[in-house]
Design a protein around this ligand. Structure first.
Ligand SMILES: [Zn+2]
Length: 265
């Protein structure tokens, strides 16, 4: 990924998506916001105990960094499943956003936003149909097929062909740090079959196995015909100076934002 700065904000972009003309995107970090303490500082999560005015200010800063209007952004209430919603033009509805872990649109200047602290953000762009998608996949979402569900929705709603879709697997907790228990190993094995490349033996002084969510999601996307996949290979738990990590920070942390939008230029 390429690192970018806007005022005090630090964000990353996938090389493959940056090379595309039709979209704006960014994986934000925790840098450049107004939140304090464990939320220091660009927390965009409103359900983690941070001051709501600061969260709103941080969301404005994130939108400003990519020259989009925060009032146009669309998001979901992320619930670790695989439901997908379609973002449509018109006024943003009041109240909580729909419960879903995938969101798609083919409407310009309707930025899709999600929030992360160890789960995997999956970016999808189909330049031939001018459609975009975003998925949120922790281990539950990975088992449920959140990334696949977004690809399937893009195929069904916009007529996308998987071979035309460009995918980005963003920063999340990496195989270096993601210790998992038997219930997770069981669920991953049920979903993926051979897990030799997904589950690694304990390292260092650890006793638990490690799950590679990057490889699991890459394999899932390849399995539905996606050929162009850029994997960030950036671990949130190893890099809490830049990212929030729910695991490393024992739940007392914020959420960094990711955003993708069609057009705008
Ligand atoms: Zn790590």
């Amino acid at each position: 990924m390429q690192k970018h700065h806007f005022n005090q904000i630090v964000y990353y972009q996938f090389e493959t998506l940056t090379a595309q003309q039709g979209i704006l995107h960014g994986v934000f970090t925790r840098k450049g916001g107004v939140s304090e303490g464990v939320f220091d500082s660009l927390n965009v999560g409103s359900t983690v105990g941070d001051d709501q005015d600061r969260v709103i200010a941080n969301r404005q800063r994130m939108a400003e960094a990519l020259s989009v209007d925060e009032a146009d952004t669309r998001t979901t209430w992320q619930v670790h499943g695989a439901d997908v919603v379609r973002a449509l033009p018109g006024d943003r509805p009041g109240g909580p956003p729909p419960k879903a872990d995938g969101i798609i649109t083919n409407v310009k200047e309707l930025p899709l936003v999600m929030r992360f602290a160890d789960c995997v953000p999956i970016f999808l762009y189909d330049p031939s149909k001018n459609a975009i998608g975003l998925a949120h996949a922790g281990w539950r979402g990975t088992v449920a097929g959140a990334g696949i569900a977004v690809v399937t929705a893009m195929m069904k709603v916009y007529g996308s062909q998987p071979e035309n879709i460009i995918a980005g697997v963003g920063p999340s907790i990496g195989p270096c740090c993601y210790e998992v228990g038997p219930e997770v190993i069981h669920a991953i094995t049920e979903t993926f079959g051979n897990v030799n490349d997904l589950i690694h033996a304990p390292n260092g002084n650890g006793v638990r196995s490690h799950l590679d969510l990057w490889a699991a999601n890459e394999r899932a996307l390849r399995g539905v015909g996606i050929q162009h996949i850029e994997v960030a290979r950036m671990c949130t738990s190893c890099n809490t100076h830049e990212f929030y990590s729910h695991r490393r920070e024992q739940g007392k942390t914020g959420r960094f934002g990711v955003l993708i939008s069609l057009g705008g230029e």
